[in-house]
Ligand binder design. Structure first.
Ligand code: GRF
Length: 192
């Protein structure tokens, strides 16, 4: 069971999954391994983490393609080399075409930094603060053609504290993401 993880930046969620796979011995227990880390941004810091661990990496730079379909087709080619049982979006900041989503139907997951269905889309923490929410959090969900609306697989909630900024709240939520994402991925792999 190969996993391919897609990132766009820091890749802290990817790193949490890679560490969990090693610590919990997914290869032996689940017959699963993180086969590759792929980014749409050449400078994504997460690529350094993957390279340092000798992992396969690839860059499919969305700026190098004329249109969303052309980019997604190139991304699919880079992913399918690894014949993944699961494609994990981890801080991947691209909206994927329906063709891409259909190609990976049933094996595409994402983590979103809000308690969906609240706050789909961007700037979730600032929006939660602006609304005076007392709880915030993250959601692991299956990816469908409708942005941030697939079946919810896992969630974690954190308190919004007095004086919180989007950054302090984001950091508190991120800590929980690093717990629930590896757990949700391991659960999905155990069902494969
Ligand atoms: C963070 O905002 C996180 O909440 C969301 O994607 C962004 C980057 O995450 N899931 P990562 O550190 O690149 O995994």
């Amino acid at each position: 069971n190969n996993l391919v993880i897609l990132i766009s930046g820091t890749g802290s969620n990817m790193a949490a999954i890679v560490r969990a796979a090693e610590r919990e011995r997914w290869a032996e227990r689940l017959g699963a391994r993180v086969a590759a880390v792929i980014s749409n941004r050449p400078g994504a810091k997460g690529l350094d983490f993957a390279r340092e661990r000798g992992m396969a990496t690839a860059v499919v730079d969305h700026k190098a393609f004329d249109g969303r379909e052309a980019f997604d087709a190139a991304l699919m080619r880079a992913i399918d080399v690894h014949q993944p049982a699961l494609v994990v979006l981890a801080g991947f900041m691209r909206i994927l075409t329906p063709g891409f989503v259909a190609h990976y139907a049933g094996r595409l997951v994402n983590i979103h930094p809000s308690l969906l269905p609240a706050f789909p889309g961007l700037h979730t923490h600032q929006r939660a603060l602006d609304e005076g929410c007392k709880l915030a959090g993250a959601t692991v969900h299956r990816v469908t053609a409708e942005l941030d609306h697939g079946e919810i697989l896992a969630q974690a909630a954190v308190p919004v504290l007095p004086g919180d900024t989007a950054d302090t709240l984001a950091a508190r939520v991120l800590t929980q993401e690093h717990l629930i994402y590896p757990q949700a991925v391991a659960y999905l792999l155990s069902k494969k």
